[in-house]
Write a protein that binds this ligand. Sequence first.
Ligand SMILES: Nc1ncnc2c1ncn2[C@@H]1O[C@H](COP(=O)(O)OP(=O)(O)OP(=O)(O)O)[C@@H](O)[C@H]1O
Ligand SMILES: [Mg+2]
Length: 240
Amino acid sequence: MDLYVLKNVSFKYNDNMVLSDINLNISRGEYLVIVGPNGAGKSTLLKLLDFLIPPSRGEIYFDGKKVEDISNLKKISPYRRRVGLVFQDPDVELFSPTVYEDLAFGPLHMGIDDDEIEKRIKSVSRMLRIDHLINKPPFYLSDGEKKKAAIASVLTMDPEVLMVDEPTANLDPRSRREIMSILENMWKNGKTIIITTHELSIINSMVERMVVINSGRIIREGDPKKILEDRDFLQSNDLE
Ligand SMILES: Nc1ncnc2c1ncn2[C@@H]1O[C@H](COP(=O)(O)OP(=O)(O)OP(=O)(O)O)[C@@H](O)[C@H]1O
Ligand SMILES: [Mg+2]
């Protein structure tokens, strides 16, 4: 069954139409990549999928229910705790005195007990190889280290849907491979994975579907392999 159904979703910032008539279904357990040039609307789409901003027009259904009233915390919390978004800019995620506290923040607010939180932090920081950074203030970290810490701070919440905006931005080749393989493992363990990128080289054979947006519209959707072979299409959309 479809986990998300977006029907004619549009979004505007003031008078600036950023997304127009997005029709998109996302299945449970799918691995989806959203591709598009700078300013296409990728990050905005993820914020809609994370229920952080409401559509200006159109409807979003999650798990069969229409998502409304996102400013009503009581109503939206059950949805929000099932989804997790790692923002493009890691500084948004990192605001505590130490990385450890940032990693604890999400699960703490979900009411998870201390032992379990500690267990999660240990396992996630080992997986992302940031154990040595855990007691540092986030502003001591390099950009790549921050990206990993930001990913870690969402993983400790263990969301059903994991969205990562530009997962490999600022990462060195080894870290890039590691992050992609972590996402792959999460997907194999049943999570729904949604990422954005304009780095086409990171799109591996695991990624099941690609959605290309440009100027706020979905201009193509389908098998990543097929789309990646279409050089003319990629070039004409500033993707290659
Ligand atoms: N808070 C905001 N207020 C007004 N306009 C915004 C805001 N955030 C984004 N926009 C505009 O919305 C459009 C889409 O932005 P978005 O960040 O979704 O693009 P993107 O595809 O993620 O780009 P990038 O590849 O650079 O990350 C841009 O034209 C941007 O200027
Ligand atoms: Mg973006």
